[in-house]
Design a protein around this ligand. Structure first.
Ligand SMILES: Nc1ncnc2c1ncn2[C@@H]1O[C@H](COP(=O)(O)OP(=O)(O)OP(=O)(O)O)[C@@H](O)[C@H]1O
Ligand SMILES: [Mg+2]
Length: 296
C-alpha cells in the first residue's frame, strides 16, 4: 500500500515515543478502542508497528529514500467472541489516522454476501462488496466457507474476484479474512496463493477463566455497575465453569457480555419490585442477580 501520509502532530509525538519507550499512538481513537480490550498484545504490537512504519515511510520519502508500499491485508484466526470484529473496526480507525486509508470504515461480509446463485453473479456480488469497502476495511467472516463447496462451487470465483480486486485497488482497501484457527489453516493450505497476499496473521486465542472474569468486571464498570462481594465470588466461579466446560463454539467475551446483560436485567426486575431505589442500589449487582453455578 502506497503511503500518502497526511500525518498529524500526534503521529510525530507518538513516533518519538518509539525512541523513549513510551506507549505508541495511544491518543488515536482506534488505539483507545484496542486499549479497552483485555489481552490481545499481538494485535496491539502489530497496530503500533504499522503506525510507526507509516511515519517512517514519510520521513524516508522526505530524506529521498525508498519507501516501499506496505501490504496490510490480514488474517485473524480465533474462536467466536475473541474480539476479531472489534479489532478489525479499530484497525480501520487506526489506519485512517495513520493516513493509510481514506475512510477507515468496516464492511463486514460472509460467504452469502459474496457468492451468487448463477454464473457471473458471484463476481458482481464480490465486486459490489469491494466497492462498498473502498477507503476502508473489507472484513470477511468465516472466510474458509468460500472454499468449502468443492471444485465447481462459486466460492472459488469469489476468491479469484477478491484477489483481482485487491490488485486493482491496492492502495484503497485492506482485506481481513477471519475464522476459526483450524479452518483458516486448512483454507490457506488449499489456496497457497493467498498466504503471501495476507502477510499479517494474528491469533486471537481463547480467554482463560481469569480473563473472562476481568472482561466481565470491565463490562460492569463501563456500564456503571459494581458487584457486591458475594456476587464477585459467584462471577469468579461462573468464569471458571465457562472456561472449564467450553465447547468449540463457546462465545468467549460475547458469552461474558450475555451473562453481564442477563444479570443487569435480573437486577432491574429485583429493584422494580422494591420500594426504595437509591443510587447505591441502582449500581449494585447482588449474588442472586447472577445465575447459579452448576455443580457437576
Ligand atoms: N479482549 C476483550 N476485552 C473486552 N471485551 C471483549 C474482548 N474481546 C471481545 N470483547 C467483546 O466481546 C464481544 C464480541 O467481540 P467480537 O464481536 O469482536 O468477537 P468476534 O471474534 O468477532 O466473534 P465472532 O467470531 O463470533 O464474530 C464484543 O462486545 C466485544 O466488545
Ligand atoms: Mg465477528
Amino acid at each position: 500500500m502506497q503511503i500518502s501520509v497526511r500525518y498529524r502532530e500526534v503521529n510525530v509525538k507518538a513516533a518519538n515515543g518509539l525512541m523513549t519507550g513510551q506507549p505508541l499512538f495511544f491518543e488515536h481513537p482506534g488505539m483507545k478502542a484496542l486499549e479497552n480490550l483485555l489481552g490481545l498484545e499481538e494485535v496491539r504490537q502489530n497496530s503500533q508497528e504499522i503506525c510507526a512504519c507509516a511515519v517512517m515511510q514519510k520521513r524516508r520519502q522526505a530524506a529521498g529514500l525508498k519507501a516501499e508500499p506496505l501490504s496490510l491485508h490480514m488474517i485473524f484466526k480465533g474462536s467466536p467472541g475473541t474480539g476479531k470484529t472489534t479489532a478489525a473496526r479499530a484497525y480501520g480507525a487506526i489506519l485512517k489516522e495513520a493516513g493509510l486509508l481514506k475512510k477507515g470504515h468496516l464492511v463486514e461480509v460472509e460467504r452469502a454476501d459474496l457468492v451468487g446463485e448463477y454464473i457471473g453473479h458471484t463476481a458482481v456480488k464480490t465486486r459490489e462488496a469491494v466497492e462498498r469497502a473502498l477507503g476502508g476495511v473489507l472484513f470477511i467472516d468465516e472466510a474458509y466457507a468460500l472454499a468449502q463447496g468443492g471444485e465447481r462451487d462459486f466460492g472459488r470465483e469469489a476468491i479469484a474476484t477478491l484477489v483481482k480486486s485487491m490488485e486493482d485497488h491496492k492502495e484503497e482497501l485492506v482485506v481481513i479474512l477471519a475464522g476459526y484457527r483450524q479452518e483458516m489453516e486448512a483454507f490457506l493450505s488449499v489456496n497457497p496463493g493467498l498466504r503471501s497476499r495476507f502477510p499479517i496473521q494474528l491469533d486471537f486465542r481463547d480467554y482463560e477463566a481469569e480473563e473472562l472474569f476481568r472482561i466481565a468486571l470491565k463490562m460492569y464498570e463501563e456500564r456503571e455497575y459494581s458487584l457486591e462481594s458475594r456476587a464477585r465470588w459467584r462471577l469468579k466461579e461462573l468464569s471458571e465453569t465457562m472456561a472449564r466446560e467450553r465447547t468449540p463454539d463457546f462465545g468467549n467475551a460475547r458469552a461474558v457480555r450475555n451473562l453481564v446483560e442477563q444479570s443487569i436485567r435480573r437486577q432491574a426486575l429485583r429493584l422494580f419490585q422494591e420500594e426504595r431505589w437509591e443510587r447505591e442500589k441502582l449500581i449494585t449487582i447482588e449474588k442472586e442477580d447472577l445465575p447459579d453455578v452448576r455443580k457437576e
